[in-house]
Design a protein around this ligand. Sequence first.
Ligand SMILES: [Zn+2]
Length: 412
Amino acid sequence: MSVYIPLATKYRPQKFADVIGQDIAVRIITHGMQKNRLGAALLFSGTHGVGKTTVARILAKAFRCEEYDRSDPEPCCRCASCLGFASDNQTDVVETDAASNTSVDDVREIIESCQYRPISGRYRVFIIDEVHMLSKSAFNALLKTLEEPPPHVKFLLATTETHKIPETILSRVLRFDLKRVDLGLVAQYLSSICNQEHISAGAETLSLIASAGDGSIRDSLSILDQAINMSANSELTIQNVRDMLGVSDDADIIDLLRLILNGSLKDSIAQYRRILESNISAPMVVRRLMDCVYILTCSKANVEPQESMISENALQKLEKLSQIVSLPALSLVWQMLLKGIEELKLCDHPEVVLEMILARISYASELPDLHEIIAAFSGTSEKSSSKKLANEKPSNSLFDEAKEMFPNATVY
Ligand SMILES: [Zn+2]
């Protein structure tokens, strides 16, 4: 019986060339190695799952490779040292997680073992993950070694929170800020994995998985793993993946947004409750609404969205909506949704809270906008057309109604 290996482990990059979406960092590292200018300590920063420890491990492998050749610094993946990495058998590579080893004593242990030369190969390599978790005294102890590191030692540090690392340490390390991987690139990568695994999945399905992985290759592969486990055969359908992720159909969310912008509270709530029936959480509904508002805003401003998590069909639907909504209205809805996310966290019944948020946005859509107020006061506009955030059905503003009721009123 074959042993199941998670995709993220099975396809973990073994060489610099295998690393996805970190071209600049990889180029600087390999050029630095060719010129022998990398120094004794490097720091990899970036959000969770972008490949910090993956790059650190490949670099450790290259530092220790028996076939190391400066002109081509990739690890050979064949020598005893490289094979030792594959089987987790490397005595000269010490990997520590600072999250659970924060004290000065933990660091002292590392520093003391720095004195010893490697049993084999050129370097002893210390990989310290989540290095920002070290205590102040632990950082001080580490600083002394970083100031004068033994020539046979390399420190590879990784962190998600660079700002928590003392300046004194930062000034002694070569820093690499790894970026969130572009979603298009993640989807492309997932497609190549599916080919190798003989899994059939459409582009839209893979984009959805990439977007749920939020720029992390590791998370995206775990979601792909889950989706494969859930499917009855070797075909992934968009509907199955949507159900698994609790993501609603884009078209349903766009309809909800249209109803909100139009100020139809009753219909908005009915549509929202329909969406909830497909097991989508309230925070996810807000997130998807914000995705749509962002894409609409880009469309109004005539710029490409940084990334689009919306299907091609849904984009056309949004395009239509963009013609009847203004930028100030979108900005207002964005603010209210953003505030809504915080409110959802404060209450035990986020589903109910979101209905109140929808009511608030609908109410805002009934207010006249600033231009109308100015126009009404200066008398330049006899009839204002915008009562709703979306001008789908032109109607009189509250001020026009007031003016009709009190034609002789003077406003101070
Ligand atoms: Zn090797």
